[in-house]
Design a protein around this ligand. Sequence first.
Ligand code: SF4
Ligand code: SF4
Length: 345
Amino acid sequence: MLKKISVDKISELAARLMGKGTLIAPVREEAGFNFREISDAGQVDLNFYNTLLSSKSAFLPQKEDFIRYESGQSVQDAKCVELNLKPTFLFGVRPCDARSFEIMDIHFIETGAPDPYWQDRRQATTIFGYAFDLNRPAEPADFYTALGIGAADPAGSDVFMIQKGDEMLLKGITPKGEKILAEIDSLSEASADDLKYFDDTVEAGRSFKTRFMNIDAPAVAKKFEDLFHNTEFWERISDGCLSCGVCTFVCPTCYCFDICDENLFGGGTRRRVWDACMFTDFTLEASGHNPRTKVYQRLRQKVCHKYSYHVRKYGPVSCVGCGRCTRSCPVNIDIFSIVDQALKA
Ligand code: SF4
Ligand code: SF4
């Protein structure tokens, strides 16, 4: 099903989605764009390249309370924090970020014990993917095409949006996406020309130019295995790293978290918060021993997890080439360049 709406009526579409549940969409903020829960349909702003933070927080909030309790009470009296989810619409997700959810699903749904918080949010959410503008050059840090993701790739989206002049084309990709498009009667039927434009754009997006190198996942994984003990390589690669963790917080496929209890005035909360393997105390053990005291060990962990251990264990590289880590790093450490240097080492 292909529908369309005038671009200047996007806020009307946003209002319709808000009437059906929770809308999360890009908004313009002082530092750049970010996904936020929308309280006023006029906030939705699709004039962005990509957001500063990825949209993973729609499923894995940076901070989330699980349990509340009172000090001195029995553990049976602790109360679970209910999710109370409404249907949710995650609107304007770029193709690389849409693909990241499929990688995250491996960890939160498909292996071991499913994470009910991630799983329930995924089930409640309809993803409106949004093609990059093929008339605008990719940001220099991006390399998603090297990981097999097109600039107008509908994979991972329920509805996929491509702008055609003053109109937005919306195609249902999954039954969930088809359903929501059928329910919004203010959308117009698209023409055969629109359908051709949509298909041509998806195809053109496959040869869109970002930074590129041939990433043969098993070969890259093996290369990093061979380099693991090459301390000179890792010290050079990590030179200048501040262990600030920004690269992991902005990353759509980084999912490390910590669980901590916070007690205040006799009331307690068990809380999940994002953590990062780049932090100095990430691997600090209760004994006081820390197996990764050196910066190079931590950067090696991050890179090898994404490009070696993940490939060996699950198949795909755990990186979608969105370029955020490179754009955000205060000392310009660039994961694409690390992979490139590893392959040439
Ligand atoms: S490692 Fe960097 S380029 Fe890869 S997905 Fe994470 S932020 Fe994007
Ligand atoms: S953003 Fe850069 S400096 Fe900060 S931890 Fe990551 S690689 Fe190191």
